[in-house]
Design a protein around this ligand. Sequence first.
Ligand SMILES: [Zn+2]
Length: 483
Amino acid sequence: MSKFYVTTSIPYVNAPPHIGHALEFIQADVLARSQRAAGRDVFFLTGADEHGVKIVRAAEESKKTTKKFVDENTEKIKKLIKILNISNDDFIRTTDKKRHWPGAQKLWMKLVEAGDIYKKKYKGLYCAGHEAFVTDKDLVNGICAIHKTKPEIIEEENYFFRLSKYSKKIELFVKNGKLKVSPVSRRNEILSLLKEGLEDISFSRPAKSLSWGIPVPNDPNHTMYVWCDALSNYITALGYGQGNSKYKIPNTKYWHYWPADVQVIGKDILRFHAAIWPGMLLAAKLPLPKTIFVHGFITVGGKKMSKTIGNVIDPFEIVKKYGADALRYYLLHEIPSGEDGDFTYEKFEERYNADLAKGLGNLVARVLTLSQKNNIKAVKNKNFDAAIKKTEKQIEKFINEFRFNNALVAIWRLVASGNKYIDEKKPWALKPESKEFKEIIGSLLFLISDIGALLSPFLPETSEKVIEAVKNKKLIVLFPRLL
Ligand SMILES: [Zn+2]
């Protein structure tokens, strides 16, 4: 059985999760579920990024200990994953000293062994909001353009990672497709960055300014900066760094599942995943992930989501009011998978009523109601069967290309054909005992049962309900109409 390893990025828990996190979890979940259904041995990882100065500060502001603060916010991520029906196999936390730290430190040591970690004095403008040194292009009149604060001049001695050494190699991997970056627009973006050449990056912070993190091996005066701390989660969760053997770690998932088949990320962290992470892996002589799939951002009524504007969309609220599958449907159908997309409650309710309540819900309700009139069994209908087989092939292709919206459009073509068929045949005017009635309703039962099956990676709860209802001839209301 071939394996399939899919990851999401790990959300930074300085704030509760928003609808953008929901999008990423759901996209990765579709990949995991469809690969499982295809019989592959799937491992689906997500987790939480819990270190850093910003978290310490946010905890102070909310008058909580850092530990309590991250525990609470990580619990919210876990809760979101649960209510969205995300089928992850594991959840890794970067504060996990047993599971995560040994692997992060081992990876660091591999980079040291490669001669790619060196110490350097660095003097520059440090923005606390950025948690990083900023340059003139980040500033407007000496003030950070994003955080509206004046950066301090700091002189620090930090460890650096020789990322520059790997620019050409990574560029080659992206060009020859050994490291696929999808969609093409993001591939071009990273290629132009690689062509310019990557600079070495600061890889640690003095422990006195960053204590909430993983200590640098053999140097307690330094704490790892986010790169080795967080990006390493994709291998530490698989057991990298566990066990005593210096070079091989037998019996860990690492040897089975790494490299990742798909890493799902947002467009803001493209450089981290398609440049820094591959550089680290190359230095450590580990294989690179096969594909990086990059999604866009969700705007709200055309505006960027922001706490200041107060337009942050809470996924918990939507799921509570409309159900998980309604949100899954909207995000997969309305947000073009590799680009930005828009959310408004008006649009959400419009799609809900038209596609879910009226389209799918109505078809299923009509067929099941009519099937009650007589003990009718599903019968294979040649036209429907051909259309279903064709749709199946399309869905497989669309999922492989991360075109989730196109996959749903294809399924809804079947829904429309069912509604059209029932309108034309008018079975309610026929006698339930007649051969014709049995054939029409039997064909429709066949169709909706297969639609149910096709929905399973996208709307898992609805899928189960439809399949069950056809089996037990039970009346169900899938999506109550909103008024
Ligand atoms: Zn800043």
